[in-house]
Design a protein around this ligand. Structure first.
Ligand code: HEM
Length: 392
């Protein structure tokens, strides 16, 4: 059975995932004690089935994990209705298509600034550190009103927390996650108190007022919501961009398309980036009642994982599913999930990438990658540490 920590598997999980799909139904993973849903129809059903919930189990001892636990137990992502409905509706309006579209000029300005910096550096740059990472970090920080001067703290905090989402996190990952959760929660709490005194035109101020005016959001819920938005607001976007760029470079015909008509194909290219090499792979659910997925009975209390990256390569849904096609249309990938936890930031992620991708190729039409891109050794959140490139 698949070893999700195996570096060779992480390097290219697709052949093993294809084999798993060929079984035709969810499969029991003995070591992890859970089912794996690899086919598109099953992975999609897992996310939509009302008897399967995102159930967070607090880590113990509580004294060590206090902040980590409430950052999850009180967040949108790790709660279920009715709490989920209440938390999600409070922030949903900030992420609606119209409000997000209003960020276009800011995103264009930030994109140009990053490209100017790259140009000023001369020949070589890192697609991740110099472009894919700073854009979503800056955009989500600005939206929440997180201070510019401290933006550098966000990716390390987020990285330390999300490593806990990997299969069997190591002791070192656990120690890092506890520390980051404590620091991040304390920072956001202080910021929230500041914004209560002196509100600004940002989402943290807006949310802080909500706590005061009703009892709609508790302090922990507010902190957890801000931390989730700051983390979710950039992690997958960075990896989605990096994975897509490397995959396109490995398909010379697709790279040529980007060089010659990135602007025209931007919308379909972004979707194919997210389908072809998914930034997020592994989302589990727990049965709150006996249920069934793909003809397999899932008993109350058992877990089943929706394997998004595998679903997006399902040959029953996508023609030539192992082929990258930046003009693919329709492209019903489930990279943003499905059901009640469907990604709240989809419109924002799509807007950012649909600007930053063509702008990169417009500015540097002769862009080439150099050396071997360096992968992070993680599967659930799969992406590159660094992708070196050069411009002539
Ligand atoms: C390419 C980028 C992105 C991808 C692939 C992605 C993917 C996902 C997926 C798969 C889920 C569902 C998880 C589940 O069902 O267990 C999710 C949830 C979520 N995402 Fe994203 N996301 C991206 C960008 C963003 C951005 C920019 C934000 C902005 C804040 C964001 C905020 C959220 C939130 C708040 C949730 C939780 C929704 C809920 O539980 O109701 N995401 N995302």
């Amino acid at each position: 059975m698949i070893d999700f920590k195996d570096i060779h598997f992480i390097d290219n999980p697709y052949p093993a995932l294809k084999e798993l799909r060929s079984i035709g139904k969810p499969v029991w993973h003995q070591e992890l004690q859970l089912f794996l849903a690899a086919k598109y129809s099953d992975a999609n059903d897992v996310l939509r089935n009302k008897s399967l919930g995102r159930i967070f189990i607090p880590r113990s001892p509580e004294s060590e994990w206090f902040e980590y636990n409430y950052l999850h137990a009180d967040s949108i992502l790790d709660s279920e209705p009715p709490k989920h409905t209440r938390l999600r509706s409070l922030v949903a309006k900030a992420f609606n298509r119209q409000r997000i579209e209003g960020l276009r000029p800011d995103i264009e300005r930030l994109t140009h600034q990053l490209l100017d910096n790259i140009q000023a550096k001369g020949g070589e740059f890192d697609v991740i550190a110099d472009y894919a990472e700073p854009l979503p970090v800056k955009v989500i920080a600005a939206l929440l009103g997180f201070p510019d001067s401290d933006e550098y703290l966000l990716r390390p905090w987020s990285q330390s927390i999300v490593k806990m989402y990997e299969v069997n996190p190591t002791e070192a990952y656990k120690a890092e996650a506890k520390k980051a959760a404590k620091e991040f929660a304390a920072y956001i709490h202080d910021l929230m108190l500041e914004r209560l005194e002196k509100p600004g035109d940002d989402l943290i101020s807006e949310l802080a007022q909500v706590t005061e005016s009703g009892e709609k959001l508790s302090t922990h819920e507010l902190i957890a919501t801000c931390v989730l938005l700051l983390n979710a607001g950039h992690e997958a976007s960075v990896n989605g961009f990096g994975n897509g760029i490397v995959a396109a470079y490995q398909h010379p015909d697709q790279w040529k398309l980007l060089q010659s008509q990135a602007e025209t194909i931007a919308a379909t290219a972004v979707e194919e980036f997210l389908r072809f090499d998914a930034p997020l792979h592994f989302f589990d659910r727990t049965a709150t009642a006996d249920t069934e997925i793909g003809g397999v009975e899932i008993k109350k209390g058992q877990k089943i994982v929706s394997l998004l990256g595998s679903a997006n390569r399902d040959e029953d849904v996508f023609d030539n599913s192992d082929q990258m096609d930046l003009t693919r249309n329709p492209n019903p990938h489930i990279g943003f999930g499905a059901g009640i936890h469907f990604c709240l930031g989809g419109p924002l992620a799509r807007l950012e990438m649909s600007i930053s991708l063509p702008e990169l190729f417009k500015r540097f039409p002769t862009l080439e990658l150099t050396g071997t891109p360096v992968r992070r050794p993680t599967f659930s959140l799969r992406g590159y540490e660094s992708v070196m490139a050069k411009v002539k």
